[in-house]
Design a protein around this ligand. Structure first.
Ligand SMILES: [Zn+2]
Length: 314
């Protein structure tokens, strides 16, 4: 684990951070004052304008004020300050990479970017975390790091290349993490009807008959098996684990870190033992909570999950 403190001579330049343009939609706007407006019943910081081409409402808001709302939606406000600050730095890093001068807006207010619902979502603890990290972003080399996060890694974070393909990134190759063990999803058992598994197989044109056994194989470096093999009364079928999760659903399969699948022929169910919640790439939110409880700073937490990066001002 490497931990690099902020360079002391980095000036605080949060006042130079540009404003963001958020595409809110085609609802109605009511201006309150020069810094506040209401859109569809919700109060927002900043100003609102209507795009002449589409009639859609775009809000312009300073990055830091946007983050007040976003960070409170991404992590519980009751969590330790170090974890909230790490989340704030990640949220800021994300938006700074999305600024797009060739388009009428930078971000959408949904999970496609980050959930943004305005002033009423703000909380004193998350606002303090944004202020304490003003202007700070996660850097790699001369640029920003690509960031990713999920709720609980289950014991080992996943490499971005294994999860999504693409070029392996040295700071997103996965680290062992047991700091997330307080999450109720650190270990889980899910019961899935075998009819759901057979439907997933049929969606891929496979039919091994009544299922007799499921085995997991070809684990990646994080321990997530890449394939599920289904043995049935009519043969065997092998399916990519990511396809199984997509077709069965992320609610029934909270992560790909699956350890064992036991079939119960009496109840026609599969008992699936697994670990973690979410894709597991990058920052483990429950792990950040655990690390912060040990006294780790936001910079140390981020250096743990993104080795080789550092936190710097813009
Ligand atoms: Zn973890």
């Amino acid at each position: 684990m490497t931990s690099r403190a902020l360079a002391q001579d980095d000036p605080a330049v949060s006042s130079q951070v540009q404003a963001l343009r958020i595409l809110l939609g085609s609802g109605s706007v009511q201006t309150i004052d020069a810094q506040t407006f209401i859109y569809e019943g919700r109060r927002y910081r900043g100003t609102a304008a209507v795009l002449p081409e589409t009639g859609q409402v775009v809000s312009t808001v300073p990055v830091e004020q946007y983050l007040y709302s976003v960070v409170s939606r991404e992590m519980p406000r009751s969590w330790p300050a170090g974890s909230l600050q790490a989340q704030a730095i990640l949220a800021r890093t994300y938006v700074l990479q999305r600024s797009n001068p060739n388009r009428g807006y930078d971000l959408v207010p949904s999970e496609a970017d980050q959930v943004y619902t305005g002033v009423d979502a703000e909380a004193p603890q998350t606002t303090a975390a944004v202020d304490a990290t003003a202007g700070q972003a996660l850097r790699f080399g001369n640029g920003f790091a690509s960031i990713a996060y999920s709720s609980c890694c289950g014991g080992h974070t996943e490499s971005s290349a294994d999860a999504w393909g693409g070029k392996p990134l040295p700071y997103l190759s996965g680290v062992a993490c047991t700091y997330c063990k307080d999450s109720s999803w650190y270990r889980w058992t899910q019961t899935i009807g075998t009819d759901r598994l057979r439907a997933a197989l049929q969606a891929q044109g496979m039919n091994p008959g009544d299922l007799l056994q499921v085995t997991l194989d070809a684990p990646d470096a994080s321990g997530r098996p890449r394939f599920w093999t289904f043995a049935g009364t009519m043969g065997t079928a092998r399916m990519k684990a990511s396809d199984v999760r997509r077709l069965v659903g992320t609610r029934l399969l909270p992560s790909l870190l699956v350890r064992k699948v036991d079939l119960d022929s009496a109840t026609l169910t599969a008992n699936v033992d697994g670990a973690g919640l979410g894709h597991g790439v990058g920052f483990c939110q429950w792990g950040a909570r655990g690390l912060a409880k040990t006294g780790a700073t936001a910079a140390a937490i981020l250096a743990f999950y993104f080795p080789g990066t550092n936190v710097g001002t813009l």
